[in-house]
Design a protein around this ligand. Structure first.
Ligand code: SAH
Length: 366
């Protein structure tokens, strides 16, 4: 049994009606004299046809549209307040205001070819305080709801549709720790995936975690085809604990055991993120140590060039050294990719996002 007990239509509708001040879909439907199929029409219009406002739903009678709009029925729970595009036009960053005034950021990456990836936030702030990540440095603000998470993707889907394109991939790699907001994230996945709604295949979704062992086990039980990425960033407990406080709760051995259980249970590959920090985790010895724990498993390593963040005491490893590090893994038979950074000029790359109007909360994205 998966974590999601409500169906996507119900998840979405209850958010719409509560934003309009109703306690549930029944009282909402009663107030407007709506038959159940009208709710499905609204859901389909917003999530599948990507219509922006109630007024645009031409399958509804004009008077009904006007009445719904008058009562504050809106499709989106997030309001873009600043949208920036990188000089090369490939990366777009949106700062989104939530209904309580909190803000999060999300990023659209348009790769060459038809691939487009949207990186979304699952929390305002983050409780895990990784030393190299600007989000973690300022602490946790609140969990997002499933619909607030989903609506970041829906915003970019509309933006792309206007240019004849669509989202091909969604990654939970924005602000926050997805497994620290587990239920809402699973519901957001259900909304993204719903064939009668947004319709994005599970295989095109990736969840990245700081390494919460109990949640990795729980996620394995979901039996979803969703990809799992682990922010590893160090080959030993000593180094990992020095940059990622979570390692003091879930040590590397426990984390790797959980990853192996996940592979056994799901037969799915695990991706490991490894940010390259000069003099911290980037030595040839570190590469060999990492290779030892990666070799022979269904694992893939992504090396991420470090992106500068305000006040952080780190420097990025040089490109030459990153490739040498990758070479050692490669020779040991470990599949490895060096990530390309996108959107550095608009501070939209990993670890660079932050909602500037909310200086205590910083955002990390890749
Ligand atoms: N909390 C989740 C989701 C964030 S994903 C997680 O930890 O996986 C964002 C990715 O970017 C993580 O792998 C994170 O460790 C990495 N990252 C954070 N700060 C970075 C920086 N300054 N440069 C490059 N990557 C960074």
């Amino acid at each position: 049994m998966g974590a999601v007990n409500r169906d996507p239509l119900e998840i979405w509708t209850s958010s719409v009606v509560s934003r309009a001040g109703f306690s549930g879909s029944e009282s909402f439907a009663r107030e407007f004299g709506l038959k159940p199929y009208r709710l499905r029409q609204l859901y389909r219009a917003a999530c599948k046809e990507l219509i922006e406002t109630v007024d645009g739903v031409t399958t509804l009678p004009k008077e009904l549209r006007a009445k719904l709009a008058e009562h504050g029925v809106t499709f989106s729970s997030v309001e873009p307040s600043v949208v920036q595009r990188s000089r090369d036009g490939q990366t777009t960053k949106g700062l989104f205001r939530l209904t309580d005034g909190k803000e999060v950021e999300a990023v659209l990456m348009e790769h060459t070819g038809d691939r487009t990836t949207v990186c979304i936030s699952s929390q305002a702030g983050c409780a895990f305080a990784c030393a190299f990540c600007s989000t973690g440095q300022a602490g946790f603000s609140r969990n997002l709801t499933a619909v607030e998470i989903f609506d970041q993707a829906r915003y970019f889907a509309r933006d792309l549709a206007a240019r004849g394109k669509r989202i091909t991939n969604v990654v939970f790699m924005g602000m926050g720790e997805p497994f620290h907001n587990y239920d809402a994230v699973m519901e957001a996945v259900a909304l993204l995936n719903d064939p009668s709604g947004f319709g994005l295949g599970h295989r095109h979704i990736t969840i990245s975690t700081v390494g919460l062992v109990d949640k990795i086990d729980r996620f394995a039980e979901e039996r979803l085809q969703v990809n799992l990425a682990i922010s590893l960033h160090a080959p030993s407990d000593a180094v990992r604990s020095s940059i990622m406080p979570v390692n003091r709760k879930f040590a590397l051995g426990e984390l790797m055991d959980a990853c192996e259980r996940y592979v056994q249970k799901t037969k799915r590959k695990v991706f490991f993120e490894y940010v390259m920090l000069a003099g911290v985790n980037d030595s040839p010895d570190a590469a060999r140590e990492l290779a030892t724990s990666m070799r022979g498993h269904l694992y893939h390593v992504n090396l991420i060039p470090y992106n500068t963040t305000p006040d952080a005491p780190f420097a990025g490893t040089s490109d030459t050294k990153i490739w040498e590090f990758a070479g050692i893994l490669n020779e040991a038979g470990v599949p490895v990719t060096v990530r390309r950074n996108m959107g550095r000029d608009i501070a939209a790359a990993c670890g660079q996002l932050r909602a500037q109007t909310q200086p205590k909360v910083r955002v990390s994205v890749r």
